[in-house]
Ligand binder design. Structure first.
Ligand SMILES: [Zn+2]
Ligand SMILES: [Zn+2]
Length: 116
C-alpha cells in the first residue's frame, strides 16, 4: 500500500471484454486494476506486473479456478490461452456471483494445472 498517493483513477479507460464483448469500466469496487470482465470473468494478458499493461502477449485469459486466500479473500485464477501463464487476480466488488460460484464449483474434469 506504499504507492497509494499515485492516483491514476482517470487514466484507466477500461476495455471491451474479449470473450463476451461487454464494455468494462476501468474502475470498480474492490480492485485498483480491473482486469477481467464482471460478467464472464475472462481477462486478457496485458500485464507483466499487475496494472503495468506491459505484456506483449495480449491473448485472452480463461478463468480456470478460484483461490481462497487465508484471510478469506477470493481470487480468480486465469490461464492465458496464448502463452499458458497462470495469474491470480483479486475479484472485484461487482463480479457476477453466479459466474464466480460456477467457477468455484467447477469439477476437476478441467484441472487448472497439468496433472503430470
Ligand atoms: Zn465478458
Ligand atoms: Zn499470455
Amino acid at each position: 500500500m506504499s504507492n497509494r498517493s499515485r492516483s491514476r483513477r482517470h487514466e484507466d479507460k477500461g476495455f471491451t471484454c474479449i470473450n463476451c464483448g461487454l464494455q468494462v469500466p476501468g474502475q470498480s469496487w474492490g480492485t485498483r486494476h480491473r482486469n477481467h470482465c464482471p460478467a464472464c470473468l475472462w481477462s486478457r494478458h496485458v500485464d507483466d506486473q499487475p496494472g503495468d499493461r506491459a505484456s506483449p502477449c495480449k491473448a485472452p485469459m480463461e478463468p480456470v479456478g478460484i483461490e481462497v486466500r487465508p484471510d478469506g479473500e477470493w481470487a480468480i485464477i486465469h490461464r492465458c490461452t496464448g502463452c499458458g501463464a497462470l495469474k491470480a487476480n483479486r475479484i472485484a466488488g461487482d463480479d457476477a456471483e453466479r459466474a464466480l460460484l460456477g467457477l468455484a464449483l467447477r469439477p476437476l474434469a478441467r484441472p487448472a494445472f497439468p496433472l503430470e
